[in-house]
Design a protein around this ligand. Sequence first.
Ligand code: SF4
Length: 435
Amino acid sequence: MRVSISTLGCPKNVVDSERLVRSLLSRGVPVVDDPRAADILVVNTCGFIRDAKEESIGEVLRLAEIKNSSGAKRLVVIGCLAERYREELIKEIPEIDVIWGVGKEGEVVEYCEQLAKGRGQESRDGEGAARGTLNSSYAYLKIAEGCDKRCTFCVIPSIRGRFRSFKPDVILSEAEQHIKNGIREIILIAQDITSYGKGLKGYNLLSLLRDLTSLSGEFYIRLLYLYPTGIKDELIGFIATNDRILKYLDIPLQHSEDRILRLMGRSGTKRAYRDLLRRLRQDIPDIALRTTFIVGFPTETEEEFKHLIDFIEEIGFDRLGVFKYSREEGTYAGRLKGHIPEKVKQRRYDEIMRRQALISLTKNRELIGRRFRAIIDGVDRGVAIARLYSHAPEVDGVVVIEDKQRAIKTGDLVDVEIVEADVYDLKAVLVDPSP
Ligand code: SF4
């Protein structure tokens, strides 16, 4: 009895799926990549914005077809979309056998194990095909669940519930396990990692970072999703001086204009954001800053959009993601008057992407001739795909290294010199480690 797991959405879902894979493997239930080769098809869905929902529904329908075309398979749907649209999904897609929301990995494992036991001998058939999802150079480490912020466009708090910090000993032992498995980059995530420590007496993100960076082994830590007003001086000081923490921060700002920020329910102002970003650049030389913005929020005027573009050009973010505002049921923003037509949202989105491409190209070209430490994510016929500290996996560019001489492999840390650059990716050659 083999299980396949399709994962949609953000890294937080990736973490949940990886945890599920580990639990299944530890109970002797094989996990395979190809749903056609599996008996239980699990899909971990995302319900964040319209595009993500459509993608998740598309995947559920694809798996339903596979189930229909080849006999006795089971279809299990979990995750945010399942939490939010349970009734509708059950009604519209009769192929679904079981549906659970978020945080139900335990139930899924139990279900798969029960089915596997019911099928006896078959449960061992797929062992050779068990996939190596854990054989990677990096791993996400979720440190909390839920969110207590009330951003008016966001459904996450109503899906994932209140913010709950995970216990430090659980996080530390998961990190130790990753290091033991050869993981070189541990990526801390939560809806907002700066809130970490809520509910734990006298322990916060800084305490966790101190403990994590004291673990032994050769590894780095990357920090994703910091709420801008949650970044305090002490934290900046620690990031600046600790070699284990990659000089890269993902700080979703969502907008630059005070009126829109207030309507979004976000704390902070353009001035405060500008001061924070300047301070980070001043205290942490070479820091790579990533952010995300939403365009076409209800009532966003042409002028406010232009100010946002000016802000983006002024700061010159190293990495930038843009979302078109998506009207979500049950949100305050969804009920606002003054929704922006899709055509206008698309134009604003395209405009930012075009401007950011130029910023990114200029910044990438400035790297030519410079040397960096890179982490190897994969190698195929002498071509390695690697990343610098300034590249988070899956969302940023990569570094391509051609080298047939040395036997580099996934997880290696190598020294490289950048030789070519385009908008997103870089090309590099291996160089001897600096003395
Ligand atoms: S911080 Fe805001 S956008 Fe992020 S999950 Fe919480 S409510 Fe949503």
